[in-house]
Design a protein. Sequence first.
Length: 128
Amino acid sequence: MTVDAARPGFSTTVADLRLRTWLLGRGQPMDVINLFTDADFKVVIDDRADVHINSRDGRFYLGWFADGRPGTDAEGWKLAVTGTADVPGYCVSFHRETPAAVVVAAVSSVLTTSAPASRPHPGSPFPT
């Protein structure tokens, strides 16, 4: 950014703004849904054509609501992981126009940090 003391106010050039293009639009929800295997997850498509994915142990949930989750302001994705007696769980929501690539990154991060109970994640409350 450049400032010209002879001219009061704020001035800059287009180059100084470093204009960028940004990923926009929901993209392909199947890019997210394809992250899940039948061996570890259950997929249910309801009467509204919303997609619900649960881990077999029931602690992970991901919902895709193409027309927005009922009762919300255009929530398109809901990711939730149930906590334990000692550690609270968490949930993350994305607007229905959030690019699928952004949701893929978040879901992939959650999936890669999970481990079967026989091989607990470091810091897990489950004994080995």
